[in-house]
Design a protein around this ligand. Sequence first.
Ligand code: PEP
Ligand code: MG
Length: 898
Amino acid sequence: ELSVYRYGDKRADGTREMKNLLGGKGANLAEMSRIGIPVPPGFTITTEVCTLYTQEGKEAVLKKIEIEVREAIAAIEESMGTTFGDPQNPLLLSVRSGARVSMPGMMDTVLNLGLGEQTLEGIIKKTGNERFAWDSYRRFIQMYSGVVMGLKPETKQDLDPFEEIIDHLKDKRNIRHDTEFTVQDLKDLVYDFKDIVRKRTGKEFPTDPWEQLWGAVFAVFNSWNGDRAVYYRKMNGYPEHWGTAVNVQAMVYGNMGTDSGTGVCFTRDAATGENKFNGEYLINAQGEDVVAGVRTPQQITRHGSEQWAKLAQVSESDRRENFPSLEELMPDIYKELFEYQQKLETHYLDMQDMEFTIQKGKLWILQTRNGKRTGSAMVKIAMDMLREGSIDRETALLRIDPAKLEELLHPVFDPAAIKEAQVIAQGLPASPGAATGQIVFFADEAGKFKNSILVRVETSPEDLEGMHLARGFVTARGGMTSHAAVVARGMGKCCVSGAGALKIDYANRILRVGDHEYHEGDWISINGTTGNILEGKVATREPELSGEFAELMELSDTFARMEVRANADNPTDARVARNFGARGIGLARTEHMFFEVDRIKAMREMILADTVKGRRQALKELLPMQQKDFEGIFRAMEGLPVTIRLLDPPLHEFVPHQLATQKELAEDLHISLDAVKSKVAELEEFNPMLGHRGCRLGNTYPEITEMQTRAILQAALALKVEGIETRPEIMVPLVGTVEEFVQQKAIIDQTAAEVFRQRKDSVEYSVGTMVEVPRAALLADKIAEHADFFSFGTNDLTQMTFGYSRDDSGKFLPVYLEKGILPADPFEKLDQEGVGLLVRMGTELGRRGRPGIKTGICGEHGGEPTSVEFCHRTGLDYVSCSPFRVPIARVAAAQAVL
Ligand code: PEP
Ligand code: MG
């Protein structure tokens, strides 16, 4: 049995199925080599060796694998025509960790292993590039000392010791960039680096390549039990016994002259999903140079290059001379690359994101993985591949990350407004969408405005945190694979990159384009679909859900068992929800309507009234307004069920708490300020969420229930006259005892009978309850004897099951999440274990009390994919969520079946 699996020369010991043994990276490299892709030769030390190391230590490992490793190195040497440690013609290696799942940031990589003062001479001779050799060497010392020798900043505040030396030298030489270092500078750095290693670790930096190699291998194994990895494993529930593999691979260089280069490419367009091979490359460059956005990368295909030139306003002759495509510059390499990308996509049956390097005219593929993509690309690629016949319907559905659909539901620019808008400049359409905001120049200031657009020469990983807060990004440099572009697509934000006309003056916070100046705080709009940067705020409108998106929705509906409804309490939201495919309204909260100016007065009058008569008087004023509200919603939801919930929040939410407004109210109602004040004080509660709210209101003030029932049914009757079908469902909130519900239902039925008698007409209606007090779930069979339906209000049910106030949990939940006391925020992701148990019990008992009782969920969880999946398993009939999450819930409901 092997401990070391080799790959290279289009052969491999392993396969992609061996992820547990070889780690994800190792299995993938083996697979690529096996199917004839030229990957730099190398080998993988298995995860089992890692376990052996943990259990029995270094000596046992050396005994087991030393011979195999030496043989594997010999094989690499033969394949590359170089020798490990040979001063004339040295083999250099990379060493990387690789667990069975990707664990980003768990362990740094060591590159250029094998470099030393002697091999350095060989590299200089081979490449004729002294600067490159010394720069590689100083980088190697930095990486190796940090990763293997543990030379890290001593406290969090300390700078990296090597960076400190670098900064010091830059100051001394009065230069700003690493690229400005001379060969002598780099030699000085190497000397100083070695010196600090000696001082800080008491050891010499190793010059023997074998010592370097074993050092790196054991450092990778150690990293499996390092703080970062242990934390990451705990967070994700990965067991210790998995272990990590170690990947050792020959280094190849894209910066060995004009016959070398490096690039990234995608088998399809990661922004739009179009089936077009595309990518970027740089001649005589290293991998980081392409993503760092320091040099303008060139397009791989000729077509892409021509399109780029148009956007960048580069003339055709300039393009051909200075920015030719790989297709034009190195047609043979291009042809080879094109074949490999086809082969890889056909093999992995998904869009691939590949990295390649050309070393002295030879193409190497360094990596392939399923490419990150925007929400719209995700949908298009899945539906296209389904149509092409390469994947089946189930696979297509499972390719969709429901949460990512949200991007497609964002507004787009209004075509009319866009025509009017002033174009400031054009860049590359790096990540589609529309964004409007105020200019900020620094990522850590993105929170300065509610809507900000980050404008930079380029972005870097340090900007990541701030980028979350911006609406979109604009960069003056960099291509479609620049940091900003890749991050934007991942975050689902809009991005225009490489807008060369922008001159950014960070010091004065000014963006200059030609004669125009834009300052921090100025509004701009960016169109990530066309690459246009526009002046001012440009109007947006709702997106249209057509094409592949519509196909996906249809496909989802053929699989889903549960229906998806929406939480909406006005006609506009109801219409949006219906456009998104909602099959009705699962929760119309009636209290929001009372906050409108013309109503709040009548509402307050009702609350301030001391007598039933006074309350009835005020409610009479509210009745026609409520009826109008319901008519609007019913109309928007013609033919579909609409669940209307009776008044729920504590009354004190409606009365004024400020002196000025209290005075106004007193004047309006012709009562004394003191009377208002004392009523407000009377309504004050210690725990309003557990106080006088929900059906406790309806049971103490039945006239409220009467008025609302009347408004609902009169609205339904009014529409019936117009020939519009309605399906009203009246829902009682916060029920905890059978009698609470029974008495409310009696009032509803009596009122209904009265309305039907008065109007000499009737409509069908049903009466059900929310299940949001744990006691209701425990006694669901008894309640179900009287209720037509149950709707689990998991917001309150979570609040009351955990005993966490919905309004105050912000103080401790973040700490709980950080400490791992809770795996997730239970108000966001349904706690399936505890709250979910009540939902299951409630459903089962409910069906016992009334076979076939309709059940649904209307808490915020109704649009959260993992919770939707739980609802499916629990057998609920529907989920109800906010309008914009309806498509997400539809896909999640379908995936739940698969
Ligand atoms: C709930 O409690 O889950 C619910 C939907 O009602 P609200 O959020 O209005 O309390
Ligand atoms: Mg509730």
